[in-house]
Design a protein around this ligand. Structure first.
Ligand code: NOJ
Ligand code: CA
Length: 689
């Protein structure tokens, strides 16, 4: 972004005299004028904004400001002492991602304020894109305001009606929910089920975690989230009593009795409002990435998208355990060797092994979890050095697992030794986990203290050439641009809930996730279950999707690190496994071909540095025939479409594993009918001929 040089002068000049200030009344337009923001003072003198998209109102008058400890509200008695603007128009390349090239194109505005009565200074910055806006606050360095305790950020988002919303509650510890679809006025945490969550703190009944995605009566798709969440708590959105106004509600620290404590100069995360005319517009938007800083890592050779398998699902099926004392320990040397052999044979890059280190006898459910895990001591039946070497011979890397059991202070003390071991063994990926309530009590997964912890881990990992796959994380806010070792996060109800004990994610789940959680960033969903009928583990239980749906997940659910999560024996002899072997994890171009949030979604992606396209489609509990035009394919090229689809009698409840494979030659602009069973899907490789 350009520097605000010319107007800084203006700021200085005006602040030196007793000028009443510049009148706050500005119209901000995006480069192609699709998005228009008005910034002004409302009748009560509060700094306010409205937002329009292609002539349709997106937000009505919404006010901005802060409640600060000791000095009180900042936002209703402000004098504007400087303004500036600039244009950003650049293209940058992603190291990995859904798309190779990103256009960063916005008009940027800075408003520099001073409180009339006590001189406190506050800056507000807007970036206006053609597909939405971001705004953030700046507390510049100033006398009398060095350390700021924020009791409340009061950013309003006043909706223009009672929109349909796809939401999860404002749980301070978890995003692991099925989405609810209601009117905004009906958002109510008593509708949600948190009974299976190891940690859950819901303090506000009518509030949600972001991204919050909505459809307005005039068919605009709107999503509110945040970008570049740094040294600040996560933002939830509270539905106010008028049932139309959403207000930022920051995750608190009840231990410290504040929302945030920061030092000046300070820049808040961006508050983002993405808008589109179709659901796919939201997903194709690059606004969040553009509101993060460019890559800070110099050497990135060690960062690479990958596919992996792992000793994982068996613990969730409870046929083995993480801990050793049970006598059913899963992470053994012999089994890991088998996994390494399988990975080598089928072209997987990594093998994740959970339960390799001591401490699992004392994790979930124990309040005293400090000092339990050390992340360097293997159980006696796990030869970590030998296995790392064995993997190396076979071209397969172990993926480290650090379950912190939500004891971040212990983890921070161990970071050096833990990452040194990884470096010594040549391991470049770690799956982290934070199961359970945070220790100390009174801190939450999504509060400022934990946001800073997750960042420390990410920075430490980068220094040690380690990629992070974080479970029970803080939500993504586009940081992968700045730290491209931030590969994927869970931060949603992942496929682990498809175990018999988890009850299953309904097929509708992944028709909503791409337009809510996935707007924020890559997802470690752990797809690819092939054995769906789990009757032998729990009478009558099957994973509530078809097998073709599981394949479609590899295209629909974006991640640079994709797991084939089933037991390896469940892939043996299955022709559909070929799709998992073929599907890339890094893309040149991604397109939402068709979607209705909550009903179905079809996404196509072009492999990076290659010519093959892949398509994934999946549907909710209703069977659907969706006709798509193959206009994304390259002109003049013929493709063999390798189609993995539900068998005619497939059904997620009665016959989930039935699929067929068809091949046909297609070209750009041909039409293709996608036949999806109830809870079904389709996965296609378009192999360029
Ligand atoms: C929860 C994670 O989401 C899951 O993938 C992992 O197996 C367990 N924690 C144990 O760390
Ligand atoms: Ca989890």
């Amino acid at each position: 972004m350009k520097k605000y040089l010319p107007s800084l002068l203006l700021v200085l000049l005006l602040s030196c005299n007793s000028d009443p200030g510049i009148t706050l009344d500005f119209t901000l337009k995006s480069p192609r004028k699709q998005t228009v923001v008005k910034v002004y003072k409302n009748a009560e003198g509060k700094v306010s904004y409205t937002m329009n998209f292609k002539g349709k109102p997106v937000l009505d008058e919404s006010t901005l400001g802060f409640e600060l400890r000791k000095s009180g509200f900042l936002g209703d008695d402000l004098k504007l002492i400087g303004v500036d603007s600039s244009l950003t128009n650049e293209r940058w390349k992603t190291l990995w991602g859904e798309d190779a090239s990103v256009h960063n194109y916005s008009r940027n505005y800075g408003f520099y304020f001073e409180d009339k009565s006590d001189g406190r200074k506050l800056n507000i910055f807007f970036r206006v894109f053609d597909d939405g806006i971001g705004f953030r606050y700046g507390f510049p360095q100033q006398d009398g305001l060095q350390e700021i305790i924020i009791d409340n950020e009061q950013s309003e988002f006043k909706l223009t009606g009672d929109h349909t919303a796809w939401w999860i509650p404002a749980d301070y510890d978890s995003y692991e929910y099925h989405y609810l679809t209601t009117k905004v006025s009906e958002i109510d945490s008593s509708l949600v089920d948190n009974s299976l969550l190891a940690a859950s703190t819901i303090m506000e009944k009518h509030a949600v975690n972001t991204p919050l995605t909505m459809e307005s009566q005039d068919s605009l798709f709107i999503s509110i989230h945040e970008a570049n969440l740094t040294n600040y708590p996560g933002m939830t959105l509270r539905v106010e009593a008028d049932k139309r106004t959403l207000t930022s509600s920051l995750v608190p620290s009840t231990l410290s009795n504040w929302k945030a404590k920061v030092n000046t100069p300070f820049l808040s995360p961006w508050r983002t409002i993405q808008v589109g005319e179709k659901p796919g517009d939201l997903l194709e938007s690059k606004l969040l990435l553009n509101l993060n800083e460019p890559n800070q890592l110099k050497n990135t050779d060690w960062i690479r998208p990958m596919k992996y398998i792992g000793i994982w699902w068996e613990m969730h099926l409870q046929t083995s355990s993480w801990d050793y004392e049970s006598g059913r320990h899963g992470a053994t040397t012999a089994k890991t060797k088998k996994y390494i052999d399988f990975a080598a044979k089928h072209g997987f890059d990594g093998v994740l092994v959970e339960g390799w280190n001591t401490g699992w006898e004392h994790w979930i459910g124990f309040p005293d979890r400090e000092g339990v895990f050390d992340f360097v001591t293997p159980y006696p039946d796990y030869d970590i050095e030998g296995l790392a070497a064995y993997g190396k011979e076979k071209g397969v890397e172990l993926i480290m697992h650090h379950e912190t059991s939500a004891a971040p202070r212990t983890y921070e003390q161990q970071l050096d030794t833990a990452y040194a071991l990884m470096q010594k063994l040549g391991i470049h990926g770690v799956k982290t986990g934070y199961v359970g309530p945070i220790i100390p009590v009174g801190e939450y997964h999504h509060g400022q203290w934990m946001v800073n912890h997750y960042r420390k881990v990410l920075a430490k990992a980068a220094q040690s050439e380690v990629m992070v796959f974080a479970h029970e994380p803080i939500k993504p806010t586009g940081l992968r641009r700045t730290f491209p070792n931030m590969m994927a996060r869970e931060g949603l109800r992942g496929s682990e809930f498809n175990s018999p004990g988890g009850g299953g994610n309904p097929p509708e789940h992944l028709t909503i996730v791409p337009f809510t959680r996935m707007l924020a960033g890559p997802i470690d969903y752990t797809p690819g279950l092939f054995k769906l009928n789990l009757d032998q583990y729990k009478a009558g239980y099957s994973v509530p999707t078809t097998l073709a749906y599981q394949l479609a997940e590899y295209v629909v659910v974006y991640s640079p690190v994709q797991m084939a999560s089933d037991l390896i024996e469940h892939y043996e002899g299955k022709p559909a496994f070929q799709f998992i072997k073929d599907v890339p994890t890094d893309w040149e171009i991604s397109k939402v071909v068709d979607a209705q949030i909550g009903d179905y979604v079809v996404i196509a992606r072009l492999e990076r540095s290659g010519n093959d396209w892949y398509l994934g489609g999946l549907t909710d509990e209703n069977a659907r025939d969706i006709e798509v035009t193959l206009d994304f394919l390259q002109p003049g090229v013929s493709y063999e479409a390798q189609i993995y689809k539900d068998a005619p009698d497939a059904d997620f409840e009665t016959n989930p594993e039935a699929y067929i494979i068809e091949k046909k030659q297609v070209k750009m602009n041909d039409k293709l009918m996608l036949n999806m069973a109830r809870g079904g899907g389709v996965a296609i490789r378009f192999k360029a001929l």
